[in-house]
Write a protein that binds this ligand. Structure first.
Ligand code: SF4
Ligand code: SF4
Length: 206
């Protein structure tokens, strides 16, 4: 019985000199390992709003919605931090590899769950025939820059990409009407692009 008592006494003396093993949190921040996977955070400049992070999220924690503000439509990506399991899949599979990071924040408690969100908003491009918003402007520009000279085969990418240089403006949305060859040089959603190509091949298309 004496030996354990002596060992406890030794530990107590060491603790008196070395100080407590526990940390002072929340009085002072704890040491955080570099690899720590904290709060997912969108990087506004790097995210193109493609939505791939939402597709791969195993916890279904990333919601995609659309919102109209004045005459523009925005795609809004929302990470619900109360559903997130902090696995890092969104970071790993991000299309640009830089659109979302996991910072070192871990103290994410809130009183209202609606406040446990991380968001990014991206302006969408509308089809000039049907008016449907079909992709974000930043996503199309990103593809434009990656395709190099091959981009010449796609008018939608050309017009959005050149629009960045302010050489062209998006023509106003039009009523549905007979489409024809001249519609090739417009910003079109995949469905209307297909109809334009079919009309050129097989005759007019309503
Ligand atoms: S760029 Fe990355 S972070 Fe942004 S929407 Fe696409 S996958 Fe998500
Ligand atoms: S860290 Fe994992 S669970 Fe959280 S948003 Fe990203 S993919 Fe989803």
């Amino acid at each position: 019985m004496k030996k354990p008592k002596l060992r406890e006494l030794k530990e107590a003396v060491i603790a008196l000199v070395a100080g407590p093993y526990t940390i002072d949190f929340p009085k002072s921040p704890p040491p955080i390992p570099v690899e720590f996977r904290g709060k997912p955070e969108y990087q506004e400049e790097e995210c193109i709003g493609c939505g791939a992070c939402s597709e791969v999220c195993p916890a279904n924690a990333i919601e995609i919605t659309e919102e109209q503000k004045d005459d523009k439509i925005y795609r809004i990506l929302t990470v619900h931090l109360d559903n997130c399991v902090y696995c890092g899949t969104c970071v790993e599979k991000c299309t640009t590899k830089k659109g979302i990071i996991q910072n070192q924040e871990f103290d994410l408690a809130v009183f209202d769950r609606a406040d446990a969100v991380e968001k990014v908003e991206k302006e969408m491009v509308k089809c000039e025939i049907c008016g449907r918003p079909f992709a974000t402007k930043d996503h199309l520009k990103w593809i434009y820059h990656r395709l190099g000279s091959s981009v010449a085969g796609n008018w939608t990418l050309m017009l959005v990409g050149l629009g960045e240089l302010e050489l062209v403006a998006q023509t106003p949305e039009r009523d549905k009407r007979r489409i024809g060859r001249n519609d090739n040089a417009r910003i079109l959603c995949p469905d209307c692009r297909r109809n334009v190509i079919l009309s050129e091949e097989w005759g007019t298309f309503e």
